[in-house]
Write a protein that binds this ligand. Structure first.
Ligand code: NDP
Length: 304
């Protein structure tokens, strides 16, 4: 029997834990922690993410500002916005929503965010703090995965963990966080040979690839813990038939599209000892961890 790791439950726990910390910050400073989200251009998915982030901040009583500019903003214009937010006492966390329009230098923009306000954990300073095991702001999605594993009391230390994907946002920090928890880690990518065989060695398998249900039965060791970070949309019936069982296929027919991860859902449920579903697994954690990072940044800044 496979254990479903419910990300919505873990998210709710984290949000509940955030509330007294916010109260303490208000008691000490007379103000709520502050989060600024900068959105440039008209990427509709980004607009939804920003809305969800500010909605959660609102719900928790975190002060939030969405700074929205059209795609004509220059790199210099964005740097000026970030510099202003860096200098503001009422803003503890700054997030520049990615992807930025192609003409903007994303690296420059991310480097401009003050490391102590970098609630995405993408600044090289925070990356360095993570890789040397020092306290700092950690990237939200991989820290969410660690929260799920810990709260479900899934042992990490000493286990073989395979991370498929090496992005700066998910794969690499995921590997570093698992290493910090004393897992033995292998990081795979598009040039890895014999990927299925390597994955079959995993006691903890994390898929962060961005390829619809690429991880099938032959990649999963029976009894492994499988964490599916992927978020892909299935839009064609042909693909739906490859990916879903009869029940979800019927749901697909009703809706016309469905969200799926990087792991084939049926294979995961059949073979894993525990797994995160898509949706409802890792996804809900990302915003909760962003809120927690904002609170942590505020606490450090006000000496709590
Ligand atoms: P990227 O595209 O930045 O990275 C994908 C990684 O997967 C790369 O390292 C790439 O290798 C590797 N890869 C691609 N194809 C293969 C393959 N055939 N075999 C092995 N490795 C492969 O994606 P992200 O890390 O940003 O995101 C990964 C997934 O996670 C996406 O589905 C995304 O939507 C989802 N995501 C979910 C979040 C959430 O909140 N749940 C948050 C962020 C992302 P190489 O480096 O060699 O190119």
């Amino acid at each position: 029997m496979s254990l479903l790791l419910n990300g919505n439950l873990v998210r709710d726990q984290i949000k509940t834990e955030c509330r007294p910390r916010i109260t303490r910050i208000i008691a000490k400073t007379g103000r709520a922690p502050g989060l600024a989200v900068v959105l440039v251009g008209d990427n509709s998915a980004s607009a939804v993410y920003v809305r969800n982030k500010t909605k959660t901040a609102e719900e928790l009583g975190i002060h939030h500002e969405a700074i929205v500019r059209d795609a004509s903003l220059t790199t210099e214009g964005l740097l000026a916005i970030v510099a202003d937010l860096n200098s503001r006492g009422d803003i503890d966390g700054i997030l520049v929503q990615l992807p930025l329009p192609a003409h903007i230098d994303s690296q420059k923009a991310l480097l401009a965010v003050a490391p102590e306000k970098d609630v995405d954990g993408f600044h090289p300073c925070n990356v360095g703090l993570l890789s040397t095991g020092r306290p700092g702001l950690r990237p939200c999605t991989p820290s969410g995965v660690i929260e799920i594993l810990k709260r479900y009391e899934i042992p990490i230390a000493g286990r073989n963990a395979v991370v498929v994907g090496r992005s700066d946002i998910v794969g690499k920090p995921m590997a570093m966080l698992l290493l910090q928890e004393n897992a033995t880690i292998t990081v795979c990518h598009s040039r890895t040979r014999h990927l299925a065989g390597v994955c079959r060695g995993a006691e903890i398998l994390v898929a962060a690839i961005g390829r619809t249900a690429m991880i099938t039965e032959e990649y999963i060791r029976p009894g492994a813990v499988v964490i599916d970070v992927g978020m892909n949309t299935v839009r064609t019936r042909e693909e739906a038939e490859r990916v879903f069982d009869a029940a979800r296929l019927a749901e697909f027919d009703k809706r016309g599209s469905l969200l799926v991860g990087d792991v084939q859902p049926g294979a995961m449920a059949r073979l894993a000892s525990a797994y995160t579903p898509v949706p409802g697994g890792v996804g809900p954690l990302t915003i909760a961890m962003l809120m927690r990072n904002t609170i942590e940044a505020a606490e450090r800044r006000v000496g709590l």
